[in-house]
Design a protein around this ligand. Sequence first.
Ligand code: PBG
Length: 321
Amino acid sequence: MVAETSLGVDDLVAPLFVREGIDSPVPISSLPGHFQHTVTSLCREAEHLADLGVPGVMVFGVPTTKDAYGSGASDPDGIVQVALSELRSSLGERLVIMSDLCLDEYTDHGHCGLLGPGGYVNNDATLLRYQEVAVAQADAGSDVVAPSGMMDGQVAAIRSALDGAGYPDVAILAYAAKYASALYGPFREAVDVTISGGGDRKGYQQDPRNRREALAEVALDISEGADMVMVKPALAYLDVIADVARRFQVPVAAYHVSGEYAMVKAAAERGWIDGAAVAAEQILAVKRAGASVILTYFAAELAAALGGQESIDRSLEPGHG
Ligand code: PBG
């Protein structure tokens, strides 16, 4: 009766991977229960999620070939575009279809942008590529594009490209405060990304030591036209989620990332924790901090535990589910 926070199925978004050139789904060992999908198995999984009441999916592509420009990201016949249009035709309006908008899955060097002289990411050249990717994803039927590359000016560039191509209604979920985190490890296996030369993303992602900088990033993205903003990862940045939710009026999303999921799964596998209860507690904490949209690899599991109806309280009880 007096509980302040409740988590519902409708708060959850499921990240999904689709891979080119396979004829059956490939399990991702570092993300137990998740697969690199074929287009067919992706649509089946999305239907299952919609049946459970999950309102949205975020689609990531794994192409067969990668190059310096990340050409596959904007190719109309590229895996993500094919998957988005199949999802649209098989699911209609049952789910909000979102697409991660980045180059790292498609570049041979594994960076989120184009490299300039000296091996540094060239911010402004990258923006032109993001514009092409945004329009390709909108052409394929995406409802929401989600730029995750942390280039300066990416939201404004994408908004003007979408408007110019006749997609004023395609929304932008900006990965606004994305930290250079060690928690993305399993994801990079999921999308077959290795950053060349043992590099990292510290040149464009945020420094975990900085909290106020996140507010500056979010303010910029909103002024450039972001419809929703995201904080990522989630649990190590609950203070940032709370700051953003308090300060800004747009919906706040948080991404409970691959490493956060994998840690729970691994400890549960060893019998050290009750995985279902810990998952429910963690995702509830993200909601309590102020996120109203939560991307999580637990989406299907939590939704099934919630039965589409119940609140999360029952699944917080040890041993439930
Ligand atoms: C970039 C992107 C990443 C994730 C989502 N979008 C990886 C990165 O920045 O290295 C990570 C998601 C996760 O770890 O679950 N396209």
